[in-house]
Design a protein around this ligand. Structure first.
Ligand code: SD4
Length: 320
């Protein structure tokens, strides 16, 4: 049976934001507003270190952000990449989606557009993020570590009471990325895709690998053939992980959320992955998913309130 509305988001950091999205959708608000407002809340929270304000900087200690917005009714897309010093990249991406040309802007061009359109300028590098960067720099040097750990993109997909759908993403990308590096998150078909007639999908993980499979579009196409979002997302992640391993010997972390136009949701992942979902039938809830070894399946469990409280405390601990 079709649900009246639904929403799904990547990572436990979306646990509070999805409540805001659910409220908007339940009160007959639009899906476009639900995804934008909920992502803005994540962008504004300084203790989430992979999105917006407080996001971790690149190799040169500059915060360069990527974001995108897509409307499932008109298929309009807007995106920014490598944007610096603007408070809410997701809103800039949404605004760009109203344009016919120049819908995907990078770096200085994106900043000029944001300035011209009255978006709020803000230094996005917090003291805390700078400290983490300094600590990491030292560790990489001393212990010969890979610099590219610590990345979580916030992605959201929503279905509203008028059966419209939207998707959006926002991220600081990979920690210690090179200046100018862009991942999958602002790239249509890879980081996100949504179509009112079918549903939507959005990805998080190693952008360099996600882009090799255009995985969000792939999941939407599988749903078009009639697959449930769970089957489509997990099948696409598993098939592509196997393909990458076969061809390249290794596959990066890949996780995908999916929501169809009936309000049914699912996820696919090749690593431990947390996410949040809410529908007209289900209260906002954070879940944890773990691939079951030796199978193509994933185990999904609800996360307790206590776990979330511990998590919130842990992300605010001082950096030593
Ligand atoms: C990127 N996919 O820039 C993003 C990072 C991410 O979980 O989602 N990490 O490659």
């Amino acid at each position: 049976m079709k649900r009246e509305w639904g929403m799904i988001a990547t990572w436990r950091m979306a646990g509070d934001a999805i409540k805001l999205g659910a409220e908007i959708l339940n009160e007959k608000g639009k899906c476009q507003d639900a995804v934008e407002k909920a992502i803005m809340q994540v962008e504004d929270y300084p203790f989430y270190k992979s999105v917006g304000y407080g996001g971790l900087p690149n190799e040169d200690c500059e915060v360069e952000l990527d974001a995108a917005f897509m409307d499932g009714k008109t298929l309009s897309i807007g995106a920014v990449a490598g944007i610096r010093d603007y408070k809410n990249p997701v809103s800039i991406a949404r605004k760009l989606s109203e344009d016919k040309f120049n819908i995907f802007l990078v770096g200085a061009g994106a900043e000029a557009y944001a300035h011209k359109n009255g978006f709020v300028r803000q230094n996005m590098l917090t003291e805390r993020a700078k400290k983490t960067w300094e600590k990491r720099k030292k560790e990489i040097y001393e212990k010969n570590l890979s610099p590219y750990d610590g990345h979580d993109t916030v992605c959201m997909i929503a279905l509203d009471k008028e059966s419209d759908m939207a998707a959006a993403t926002s991220t600081s990308g990979l920690f210690m990325k090179k200046r100018g590096r862009v991942g999958d998150s602002p790239v249509s078909g890879s980081g996100f895709y949504v179509n009112n007639d079918i549903g939507g999908a959005a990805a998080t993980g190693l952008g360099e690998d996600i882009m090799k499979g255009c995985l969000s579009y792939e999941v939407v196409q599988r749903m078009k053939k009639g697959e449930h979002p769970q089957e489509a997302a997990q099948g696409a992640v598993m098939d592509f992980t196997e393909e990458l391993k076969k061809r390249r010997g290794h596959a990066g972390a890949i996780s995908i959320i999916a929501l169809n136009n009936k309000g049914e949701w699912g996820i696919g992942t090749n690593v431990e992955f947390t996410f949040a979902a809410a529908t007209s039938d289900e209260k906002p809830q954070v879940y944890i998913a773990n691939p079951i070894e030796g199978t193509r399946n994933v185990k999904i469990e609800a996360i307790s309130q206590e776990y979330m409280e511990e998590y919130k405390k842990s992300i605010q601990k001082p950096i030593e």
